[in-house]
Design a protein around this ligand. Structure first.
Ligand code: G
Ligand code: G
Length: 254
């Protein structure tokens, strides 16, 4: 409860800030920046989401925090254009509760306020968003797509069930994310390689993009590229950093 009060105060005092982690195309050009929230705690320093997101979700505070994150991320689009990076997407994580509480209005507002072109904003959704209330999720997602907002989701979140795959086909999802838990042991774990191949094949069939997360080694990079993952993100290329650092990030030449 004390933490909750502290979090409310932190929102008031604007202690949350965003870092951005670059995402690169297979030929190592910058294609997206994923916004990742941090709490700049006055005493404890920069805190990662694991320290506060679940409390925000349980308390409903995530709706307001998520709204701030969305606004702050969208605000950065204007700074991409003069750097010749107008094609780079801003990618924002959205929790299920935020999705269910006014997300569409919030998105509409930032798209208007910052005059975001089609494809400039991407939302990363988790499965619970869809599974909790598929019909409503579908309506919101279609409306988001009409606003020019793309949607990414991790395939693992869907499980491999038949119904999940049906959602995938029916819903306007633009990109599948390969979770870093499948990328971690690519070199040693044959079943992880099979899972990655399956996700890539599925994406190809459904004409979706693929972004692999958590790329830390040259082996992982080269294997994923060769296997057809279109976009790569991970510490091998860049960590979450300030916006200025993220837009000037150069992955090491291959
Ligand atoms: O930044 P870091 O890699 O520590 O993030 C860990 C997790 O926290 C991410 O995988 C993501 O799920 C979650 N997260 C980060 N930023 C946000 C945010 O702005 N909103 C929501 N809902 N989750 C976030
Ligand atoms: O699920 P989501 O995309 O929100 O995950 C973002 C989180 O993953 C952030 O906490 C970020 O720091 C972390 N992350 C990003 N790239 C890597 C990586 O290459 N290795 C590890 N271990 N974590 C990563």
């Amino acid at each position: 409860i004390a933490v909750l009060q502290e979090l409310r105060a932190a929102l008031e005092r604007k202690e949350f800030r965003l870092l951005f982690q670059p995402v690169f195309s297979r030929d190592l050009r910058l294609v997206a920046l994923e916004a990742l929230v941090r709490w700049e705690h006055p005493l404890r320093g920069l805190l990662p989401p694991s320290e506060f997101i679940s409390i925000c979700e349980e308390s409903g505070l995530i709706v307001e925090l998520g709204r701030r994150v969305l606004h702050e991320a969208a605000h950065h689009y204007a700074f991409l254009v003069p750097q010749g990076l107008g094609h780079v997407r801003l990618s924002v994580n959205v929790s299920a509760m935020q999705f269910a509480h006014g997300l569409l209005d919030d998105v509409r507002r930032v798209v208007e306020e910052f005059d975001l072109p089609f494809g400039a904003l991407e939302l990363e959704l988790t499965e619970s968003v869809i599974v909790d209330d598929p019909e409503r999720a579908a309506q919101v997602m279609v409306a988001l797509a009409e606003l020019g907002v793309t949607i990414a989701s991790a395939i693992a979140d869907f499980g491999v069930g038949y119904s999940s795959l049906r959602y995938l086909k029916r819903l306007p999802i633009h990109r599948l994310k390969i979770d870093r838990s499948f990328v971690n042991d690519l070199e040693s774990d044959e079943s992880d390689r099979s899972i990655c191949e399956a996700v890539i094949a599925l994406a190809r069939t459904l004409r979706l993009g693929v972004v692999a997360e958590g790329v830390e080694s040259i082996f992982q990079r080269d294997w994923l590229r060769t296997s057809g993952a279109g976009e790569l993100q991970g510490y091998l290329f860049a960590k979450p950093v300030s916006f200025a650092a993220a837009t000037s990030a150069e992955p090491e030449p291959s």
